[in-house]
Ligand binder design. Structure first.
Ligand SMILES: O=C(O)[C@H](O)COP(=O)(O)O
Ligand SMILES: [Mn+2]
Ligand SMILES: [Mn+2]
Length: 549
């Protein structure tokens, strides 16, 4: 690939360019719901007035999602920021592969179905049970079940991972009602037996990421594979009992359940079965995939691995080639900013805490776990606790290391992710979100101070909104939805809002000024950083949002 050309207009700052990704920090529309505005943010307030300030898009087609009704998320956000272009993402590609039938004509689907039909075994579907379109879509599940029936699959078992994080926090029974009707229809002629077999809240079982808490995978494995766990006659019954036992429990935190019929579990996963993990997004799919694929596993007491045919919805890691089998090819993201900068000999430092470490490395480098030559990565271990109880998370420790990296003079490009605005935003606990955003602002302030001394430049933005939209709004009127005490009903999902894009050059050497880039999105941040580093961005990168020199 071609080398970056030096920028005649500006050769770069004396100090480093620092890209700050404030995860989940957007620009809200409703002041009572916008906890970024409600929080005390003296540094971001100052920057909005005195630095080069822009508002850019971080949702929908601007980040490769099917349409502008789709909220942004960390995977597509860090993909876009890291490669400077917009690639069609999992949600769109799977939808197209189903609509065109190409998924079902593929070798992997054919093999999965042939396996169960030849052995009269079961076809299992494990995945996130909503239409949030961040990790999965229930529409894909239903399309695959319809196709399975059309191709003679007699027995299918579904293992729903309950959402309430990318969709309203206690909305699961709406999906249960829809899916119960779907199953009633597909089973009506008595030719097949398709039913739910096990499940639980997505932040309680199965969907851990970045080795943050393998006990989640352990609990999921027990429920899905071993059919060990509290038994219920239906998913609805399980949810109602759990809610009765712990009023106010969020869907994402619901315990595991196993469905029983005539005194026995309806669907443990056993030798000869086929298993599809139908999430298309990789981060929270890699650990359960390892549990199904690895001969040996040390992260939890798995016991013997059933001899099944396992496939993921997509390839989850291009470098590791995981999973071995997958139904839809992911976006082939190439020529990332990290690769260009490495080829130009630019020393790079990437840091976050566990919860977003993979975002700022693996997703940032195009769904690849490999590191480029000039990159140094650092992970600060995250707390393992509900983040509403520790909203500052590791913002101080991350900032300590970033300031050290700036002062070291070792690196020309530093990138970091503060997870607070998103991870605490997902809890729906607004008091904690205020503290979380204030911790990010304090970190930004310290980075500004360090860059003043080092004559560096900061680019400060986000991958999507979350903390800026903390209350359920009436879809029609946009008004706040209030509970019977007049308090806003908490919202845990991301927002559709734009995010700030700030260029702070205390020494003024770049003469950075707002460029005329209508409809700019977070993909434009790559060319912006490359320009501020003193290089010409690659011709097919979306343009820099500042001009220099
Ligand atoms: O995985 C999650 O936590 C949410 O579904 C999406 O959050 P993220 O895209 O910010 O990681
Ligand atoms: Mn995010
Ligand atoms: Mn998130």
């Amino acid at each position: 690939m071609e080398q970056l050309k030096k920028n005649e207009a500006f050769s770069g700052p004396e100090g480093p360019v620092v890209l700050v990704i404030m995860d989940g920090v957007g620009i809200g529309k409703n002041p009572e719901s916008d906890y970024v505005k409600i929080a005390n943010t003296p540094n971001l307030d100052w920057l909005r007035e005195h630095a080069v300030y822009n508002e850019i898009r971080a949702h929908g087609v601007a980040v490769g999602l099917p349409d502008d009704g789709d909220m942004g998320n960390s995977e597509v956000g860090h993909n876009a920021i890291g490669c400077g272009r917009v690639f069609e993402q999992g949600a769109a590609l799977v939808g197209q592969a189903i609509a065109s039938n190409s998924m079902f004509e593929g070798a992997v689907w054919t093999e999965l179905v042939a396996n169960v039909n030849s052995k009269n075994s079961a076809l299992h579907f494990i995945g996130l049970f909503s239409d949030g379109n961040v990790h999965s879509n229930i529409n894909h599940l239903e399309a695959m079940l319809n196709k399975a029936k059309a191709e003679g699959v007699k027995k299918a078992r579904i293992h729903p991972l309950i959402d309430g994080r990318d969709v309203p926090p206690t909305s699961v029974l709406e999906y249960v009602e829809r899916f119960d009707k779907f199953l009633e229809g597909i089973n009506a002629d008595g030719s097949v037996d398709y039913c739910v077999a096990s499940g639980g809240g997505r932040m309680n079982i199965t969907m851990d990421r970045y080795d943050a808490d393998w006990s989640m995978v352990d609990r999921g494995w027990k429920a899905h594979v071993k059919a060990e766990g509290r038994n219920f006659a239906s998913m609805r019954e399980a949810i109602e009992v759990f809610r009765g036992e712990k009023p106010g429990i969020l869907d994402q935190d619901l315990p595991a359940f196993v469905i029983e019929r005539d005194g026995a579990p309806v669907g443990p996963i056993v030798d000869g079965d086929s298993v599809i993990f139908f999430n298309f997004r990789g981060d929270r799919s890699l650990e359960i995939t390892k549990a199904f694929e690895a001969d040996e596993i040390t992260e939890f007491e798995r016991g013997p691995k059933p001899d099944v045919l396992y496939a993921g919805m997509m390839q989850y890691d291009g470098d590791l080639g995981v999973p071995e089998k997958y139904l839809v090819t992911p976006p082939a993201i190439d020529r990332t900013m990290s690769e260009y900068l490495s080829n130009a000999g630019v020393k790079q430092f990437a840091i976050s805490e566990t919860q977003k470490f993979g975002h700022v490395t693996y997703f940032f480098n195009g769904n690849n776990s490999g590191k480029f030559e000039t990159e140094t990565w650092m992970e600060i271990p995250s707390d393992v606790c509900p983040f509403e109880n520790a909203p500052v998370m590791k913002a101080v420790e991350v900032t300590d290391e970033v300031v050290k990296a700036i002062e070291s003079g070792e690196y020309k490009f530093i990138r970091l992710n503060y997870p607070n605005g998103d991870m605490v935003g997902h809890t729906g606990v607004v008091e904690a979100v205020k503290v979380a955003v204030e911790a990010v602002d304090a970190g930004v302030g310290r980075i500004m101070e360090a860059l003043k001394k080092a004559n560096g430049i900061m680019v400060c933005s986000a991958d999507h909104g979350n903390s800026d939209d903390m209350c359920e709004l009436d879809k029609k009127t946009g008004e706040l939805k209030l509970d019977d005490e007049g308090k806003c009903k908490p919202k845990t999902a991301h927002s559709l809002n734009p995010v700030p894009a700030i260029v702070y050059d205390p020494a003024g050497t770049s003469k950075a000024r707002k460029a005329d880039v209508p409809g700019a999105g977070i993909a434009n941040l790559a060319a912006t950083c490359i320009t501020l580093l003193g290089y010409e961005p690659p011709a097919d990168y979306t343009p820099s949002i500042v001009e220099v020199g």
